[in-house]
Write a protein that binds this ligand. Structure first.
Ligand code: ZN
Length: 106
């Protein structure tokens, strides 16, 4: 991606991170996110989103687990006695649905 293309993409994204919408209005600080296999440019992201997305690409269940973590933090579940012997609660894992389909936890 050359400078002209980057500037065009910065303007297209409103000078903001394509994921969280953060930005200082200049477009500076936004990093190029690329598709991991092809190297094709996907968009411009702030550093926290870029790091989070990289983490998600390595661990596709990350966001699913994060939602479960937020809905039932381990410390809370431990004190409520809802933690199973493997440290996870089946009830919590099946609480979230994806498009009407129950998503099974790992
Ligand atoms: Zn962001």
């Amino acid at each position: 991606m050359n400078r002209s293309e980057r500037a065009k993409l910065v303007a297209f994204q409103g000078k903001l991170c394509a994921l969280c919408g953060a930005g200082d209005g200049s477009g500076r600080g936004l990093a190029i996110d690329r598709e991991s296999k092809s190297g094709d440019v996907c968009g411009l992201l702030c550093q926290p989103c870029r790091a989070l997305l990289a983490h998600t690409k390595r661990n596709p269940l990350f966001h699913y687990r994060a939602l479960n973590y937020l809905a039932g933090p381990p410390y809370q579940r431990m004190n409520e006695g809802t933690v199973g012997p493997d440290g996870e609660s089946d009830a919590v894992w099946t609480d979230f649905q994806d498009g009407g389909n129950v998503v099974d936890g790992p």
